[in-house]
Design a binder for this molecule. Structure first.
Ligand SMILES: [Zn+2]
Length: 211
């Protein structure tokens, strides 16, 4: 998988504008796909900073691999992963603290929760919890790009004009052998066609062999 050597993206979390669950899941997938982030977390008043070891740069690829392996399990064995996560809850909670924020509005109030993260890894671990909760609906949309040179995780893409969501190939583009930018849907289909042709040529002709 190609690692992106782009500048880290900013991930901003504050009591005024806490990261939404959708943003946490999106950051989790991007992180697992090789993106790096710079987390800026403003503490809520009265909340103490959690002093954790600063993430050493060299440990990031390892963390990304950990998240990737867990994402595969979210897709293949969510129940077993969930059981392990719940049994070893400490490792998932240790770096996150929640703070409730209530704000008055004309006919009542709003309740929001600000959760503090001290590393992108802890954001990603929270993302895994969100993906494992079926009620939240993210987990069932989790897909992995089948284009052999990609393999990135993404959430099922709803086509703009309606219709069935795209679940096999991510929405990215790469250059083909001629240097042209093509969607992974296009490249993946081409690859599958070529694979089918190779298989067809390797298989002795038999009556009724349609593959
Ligand atoms: Zn892809």
């Amino acid at each position: 998988m190609a690692q992106h050597k782009r500048a880290p993206r900013k991930l901003i979390n504050s009591p005024e504008k806490p990261l939404t669950e959708a943003a946490i899941v999106s950051a989790t997938l991007d992180f697992s796909n090789g993106a790096t982030f710079q987390l800026e977390d403003e503490r809520a008043p009265g909340m103490e900073a959690i002093k954790g070891p600063a993430t050493a740069l060299e440990s990031i690829p390892l963390q990304q691999e950990t998240i990737r392996n867990s994402l595969i399990r979210v897709m293949t064995e969510p129940g077993r992963l969930a059981e392990e996560v719940c049994r070893g809850q400490a490792s998932f909670n240790a770096t996150v603290r929640a703070h409730r924020i209530v704000n008055p509005i004309t006919n009542g109030l709003t309740i929001t929760y600000y959760e503090m993260f001290h590393s992108v890894f802890s954001v990603a671990k929270q993302g895994l919890l969100i993906l494992l909760d079926p009620a939240r609906g993210f987990g069932k949309k989790l897909c992995r790009c089948q284009y052999s040179k990609c393999g990135k995780f993404f959430l099922a893409i709803q086509p703009k004009g309606g219709g069935r969501p795209q679940t096999i190939y991510c929405g990215e583009q790469s250059r083909d052998d001629d240097g042209e930018l093509k969607s992974h849907l296009h490249l993946g289909h081409k690859e599958r066609g070529a694979r089918r042709m190779r298989k067809l040529r390797a298989t002795p002709k038999r009556r009724g062999n349609t593959k």
